[in-house]
Design a protein around this ligand. Structure first.
Ligand code: PEP
Ligand code: MG
Length: 589
């Protein structure tokens, strides 16, 4: 929400949602990367020749940009990664595309943007319907090239992230955009859309990049080069910060740094309540490169490896061998608790490129998670075989996402069994006792936790989705971000139900959604009896500190009371009271 506007030069404070902690100050870089799909725009017939000329010029400009990018990538990273640009360049040489666009222009005089994009989109849709995985994958490249050409037709400069440190402002960031951010230059980012649990912000937390979301109109109101200060703790974007504001933030930074030093001293201590209840603290990761941080922050293992990110931003799917190598390296580095490898959770806001169908109206309710894996059997089996193969390199557990009932779980487990038999027949070793878990993130699964608990070795609660599906609140939509309430009594009832069901069945339960890393909710997590909490690595020391201060017996009473309170605000306040009573020093700002 915009709180105050002011003439250029005067301090402007915008209040959004702080989704990744930290303070960043630097010049603004405004990104215009959001793509608006061109619509059909009719023109008089005499304008057609001009559109042809514009299109040829845009194609030439695109070709030149791609060549420059290819050469840069080839010299910086290697020719293998640069090959993708050769494929893009070839698309621009395709005569049949140009002929079809020109005939569209003749038949129905219109702007080149709509005609060109229309033809390219038709190709994309046709390829998506073909059963061939490789061809379907190519559609991402075609879309990419089509967008570049349209941007050039519109006279927009291609995006160049500045080589200097900056605060990035943009309308929205996809998970793949976030994955591509350069940590050395992006000091922090602010977006118009997004929420606490959208995947881009989860990644920002893992990457340690301060971020604020839910700031409408920032891309229209601000420009590159303005001085900005981003407060990811309180969710503030401050343009032209005054000397007084800068001085205040210098004090906050010093306090935070002192706290961090203190927390770092605890990395080797166990996460144990002051009355002796042990809780496993683990890390959520998206990339293998995070393993150094996992160790540095004292995680006992990886509680959630979101493997879909291994499939992102690349021209082809990773092979079974590549996956096996990646999983094995993570397993061997993961520590005593090992790694919980979640099978592909594509769909929702992640990896639309794997989708072989048209865009979905409700992607979060659509073809996502285990639903995709059970339909794409070869893909699923290659992942399961790779996970099994990695299980000899360290402790490995497998976790199925988006389970909504027994049938899906059984089918997934039967596929795993098939893979075990295949490997046995091939003489390839694996851990016969590898544990299998179900994510509990769909309300139906939470309600039938008793039945599901009999068929798995553990539960991992995905509170991000459990909240979105239970409260009918899109986790990525800033318009309803205020309705996304982890302390809703309905959520608490489900959490209690899952925990009780697991205890009755004698299996353990972890929480890997964002609730696990929120220090104001740690008393509730302990009180509900969860055995493991898994979170972004930077959150680990704070949660460990909180756990070590808390008496478990007090937390159990809190959870019992909270279950009876019946109102979100009361539950939230009660949790915070307990948190402040035992570790108010963590809430410095
Ligand atoms: C969740 O839903 O809470 C979860 C951990 O999975 P993801 O955020 O990847 O959907
Ligand atoms: Mg989820």
């Amino acid at each position: 929400m915009v709180q105050k506007s002011a003439p250029p030069g005067e301090e402007i404070i915008l209040v959004g949602i702080g989704v990744s902690p930290g303070i960043a100050r630097g010049p603004v870089h405004l990104s215009t990367a959001v793509f608006e799909t061109p619509q059909l725009e009719e023109i008089p017939p005499e304008g057609v020749e001009g559109e042809r000329v514009r299109l040829r010029a845009a194609l030439a400009a695109t070709r030149q940009q791609l060549q420059v990018m290819r050469d840069r990538i080839a010299s910086e990273i290697g020719t293998k990664d640069a090959d993708i640009f050769d494929a893009h360049l070839l698309m621009l040489e395709d005569r049949s595309v140009l002929d079809e666009v020109f005939s569209r222009l003749e038949q129905r005089p219109q702007k080149a943007e709509g005609a060109f994009y229309g033809v390219m989109s038709r190709y994309v849709e046709t390829l998506k319907r073909i059963g061939d995985e490789y061809l379907r994958e190519r559609t991402v490249d075609i879309e990419d090239v089509a967008r570049r050409v349209v941007r050039n037709l519109r006279g927009l400069q291609p995006e160049h992230a500045p080589g200097e440190p900056h605060v990035l402002l943009c309308a929205e960031l996809t998970p793949s955009d976030t994955a591509g951010l350069d940590r050395a230059t992006v000091l922090g980012f602010a977006t118009e859309g997004g929420s606490h649990t959208s995947h881009s912000t989860i990644m920002a937390r893992s990457m340690g990049i301060p971020a604020v979301v839910g700031l409408p109109d920032i891309t229209a109101r601000f420009h590159t080069g303005q001085d900005a200060l981003l407060d990811g703790y309180q969710g503030l974007l401050i343009l032209n910060p005054s000397p007084e504001t800068i001085a205040n933030y210098a004090v906050t930074r010093r306090k935070k740094a002192a706290l961090e030093r203190h927390l770092r001293e605890m990395v080797d201590l166990p996460a144990e309540t002051c009355d002796g209840r042990r809780i496993v603290l683990a890390a959520n990761i998206e990339f293998e490169s995070e393993m150094a941080e996992v160790k540095a922050w004292g995680a006992e293992g990886v509680g959630l490896y979101r493997t879909e990110f291994l499939f992102l931003n690349r021209p082809s799917l990773p092979s079974e061998d590549e996956q096996a190598g990646n999983y094995a390296r993570i397993a061997s580095a993961a520590g005593p608790e090992g790694v919980i490898i979640r099978t592909l959770d594509v769909g929702g806001d992640k990896l639309h490129s794997l989708h072989g169908s048209l865009a979905e109206a409700n992607p979060f309710l659509g073809w996502r998670g285990i639903r995709v894996s059970l339909k794409r059997r070869q893909l699923f089996k290659s992942q399961l075989r790779a996970i099994l193969r990695a299980s000899t390199s360290g402790k490995v557990r497998v976790l199925f996402p988006m389970i909504s009932g027994l049938e899906e779980l059984r089918e997934a487990r039967a596929t795993l069994q098939e893979c075990r038999e295949e490997l046995r027949a091939e003489g390839i070793p694996f851990d016969e006792a590898m544990e299998t878990g179900a994510m509990i993130e769909v309300p139906s699964a939470a309600l039938m936790a008793d039945s599901l608990a009999k068929e798995v070795d553990f539960f991992s609660i995905g509170t991000n989705d459990l909240i979105q599906y239970t409260l009918a609140v899109d986790r990525g939509n800033e318009m309803v971000a205020d309705l996304y309430q982890p302390c809703h009594p309905g959520i608490l009832k489900l959490l209690g139900n899952i925990s009780d069901a697991a205890r009755r069945a004698g299996i353990w339960t972890g929480v890997c959604g964002e609730m696990a890393g929120d220090i104001s909710l740690t008393p509730l997590m302990v009180g509900l009896g969860f055995h493991e909490l898994s979170m972004s690595t930077p959150q680990l020391p704070m949660v460990k500190y909180a756990i070590r201060k808390l008496p478990a017996e007090r937390c159990v009473r809190l959870a019992q009371d909270a279950l009876l309170l019946g109102e979100t605000a009361k539950i939230r306040d009660r949790c915070r009271e307990v948190a402040l009573e035992y570790y108010s020093e963590l809430f410095v700002s």
